[in-house]
Design a protein around this ligand. Structure first.
Ligand code: AMP
Ligand code: MG
Length: 494
């Protein structure tokens, strides 16, 4: 493999861990790399020169045809519970961690290629990714970042010039994923299931140093780490619930210790509000339905906590009690974060009696009337000020029940000391006008895959990057799908 001097400064802490954590593996070159898109804002944050990324050498790096100087390509190993079933051996089967970089604030990030060829963990898979799922991950993760939800992000995507063979023959693509790390609950489970205490200890120290350094000041740093992970998962999942996001595949190998969202396979943003919504084509029992996400988060954290028992206390009974007490805090943290966030979405800053019921009543009406989740909250933001200039109200149908609820809500707002103008401005920063709607994503992917037309893809990203800035000219992107446009199922990208 050709090595090249590139303006990326790697510092590969994971590759410095002992060899049982990964296998050294170069990406497998592709035929004809061509650039699809570069995330210029992210490149700047990461101190990576966009002009270089766009150069032949940059594109060859994105596609895995060259490894920049300082890169130390590895495929990491992990295990995991997939749909509740134990998978003892997983790992980066179609991804390569090229190395780690430090951003402008000296924060550490993984620079990972996805779709870069087979590795020892491919389990018979080809290690490649079709273009569609790559575009999907780019659009949705960029939307999530713009909605201020903790997420892995895409630095760049390139077409490979090769085909991948699934049910159809599809164009192949690769993306560069940026994450605070790719350490998963499944990484802990891998060593725990092999009773490898020494590796677990190394992993715990690595995670504390990298993600939760303040835990070292605690008299029980491992417990402090567990507490911090529980907090970050509670926060993350409550932010999904508030925005109407369904992850779709919350297996323990898809849950990061950093608290970032990862794996945009069969995910979806809800159009009409439906608490039991499931989109994933492989989630037959609705294990990962929208309203089950909070509880599944807890189930996943229990798997993590179990791997930490020997490190929480020398006395097993006491260790189990500590883990249990830590887990017991999760649901309260999540509920509190969710309820506070929902009140803010309704323009209610100070909790008054009846506020929780008001929120619940609204959601009940929305579910019954099949109201669009995003548009309803955006419409409320329009109504919360004195002057409404947008036309969101024309995009939703309001039932009598909803109109009655509006009256009660307005009475409640009248008790607030906040000025309507200020309230509205705040609500506009919490209730997006634009989300990456499933039908728009599909339309953009179809044009790219079938006609090599990437215009819709680029346009959609431009729109979701400014989710809170409504413009009438972009009404098409705000609208709920027409019945024939509704997407009922989403697919994982394998
Ligand atoms: P995911 O559904 O993306 O979370 O992947 C689950 C596991 O399957 C991970 O270990 C992946 O690396 C692996 N995998 C998914 N797709 C492929 C592929 N095309 N080739 C090889 N391994 C894959
Ligand atoms: Mg995964």
């Amino acid at each position: 493999m050709l090595k090249t001097k590139a303006p990326i400064h790697f510092d590969n802490s994971y590759a410095r861990l002992p060899s049982q954590f990964y296998t050294r593996q170069n990406p497998v070159p592709v035929s004809a790399p061509s650039l699809i898109k570069i995330n210029h804002t992210l490149a700047q944050k990461l101190n990576i020169d966009s002009t270089w990324l766009e150069s032949n050498e940059g594109v060859s790096t994105i596609a895995g045809n060259i490894v920049p100087d300082g890169g130390d390509p590895i495929a990491t190993v992990y295990a995991g519970h997939q749909f509740g079933m134990w998978s003892p051996q997983l790992g980066d089967g179609r991804a390569i961690l090229l190395g780690e970089i430090l951003d402008n604030q000296k924060e550490r990030y993984d620079f990972q290629l996805k779709g870069s060829g087979p590795t020892p963990y491919s389990r018979g898979g080809d290690g490649r990714a079709p273009l569609g799922p790559i575009l999907r991950e780019y659009i949705v993760s960029e939307a999530m970042a713009s909605l201020h939800i903790s997420t892995t992000r895409i630095l760049a995507a390139a077409a490979t010039g090769d085909h991948v063979y699934r049910q159809n023959i599809l164009p192949g693509a690769i993306l560069v994923r940026i994450a605070k790390s790719h350490i998963r609950i499944g990484t802990f489970e891998f060593f725990y299931s092999r009773d490898d205490q020494e590796s677990l200890k190394i992993l715990i120290n690595h995670v504390i140093k990298r993600h939760y350094p303040e835990a070292t000041n605690n008299e029980n740093p491992v417990l402090a780490m567990l507490d911090a992970v529980i907090r970050s998962q509670a926060h993350l999942i409550s932010s999904w619930q508030r925005i109407g996001f369904i992850h779709g595949v919350m297996n323990t190998d898809n849950m990061l210790l950093s608290g970032e969202t990862i794996d945009y396979g069969p995910c979806a943003f809800m159009d009409t509000f439906n608490p039991g919504a499931v989109f994933s084509s492989i989630d037959h029992n609705g294990r990962y339905a929208y309203n089950k996400q909070p509880a599944i988060g807890c189930w996943n954290l229990m798997q993590l906590a179990q791997t930490l028992i020997p490190f929480l206390d020398n006395n097993r009974e006491r260790a189990i009690k500590l883990a249990q007490d830590a887990l017991d805090k999760y649901m309260n943290l999540l509920t509190e974060s969710y309820q506070t966030g929902m009140m803010m979405k309704l323009g209610l800053r100070h909790n008054m009696r009846g506020d929780i019921k008001l929120t619940k009543d609204l959601l009940d009406i929305m579910a019954k009337d099949k109201m669009d989740y995003t548009l309803t909250f955006r419409y409320l933001s329009d109504l919360a000020g004195n002057d409404t200039k947008t036309n969101i109200g024309t995009l939703i149908i309001c039932s009598e029940k909803f109109n009655y609820w509006l009256k009660i809500w307005k009475k409640r707002l009248a008790k607030s000391t906040q000025s309507p103008k200020k309230r509205q401005t705040e609500m506009y920063t919490l209730n997006p006008a634009f989300i990456p709607r499933n039908h728009l994503i599909e339309e953009a992917i179809k044009a790219a895959v079938e006609n090599k037309d990437f215009n819709l893809f680029h346009q959609l990203i431009d729109v979701v990057k400014q989710p809170f800035e409504y413009q009438a000219a972009l009404e098409k992107y705000a609208r709920a799908p027409r019945p024939e446009q509704i997407v009922h199922e989403t697919f994982c990208g394998t």
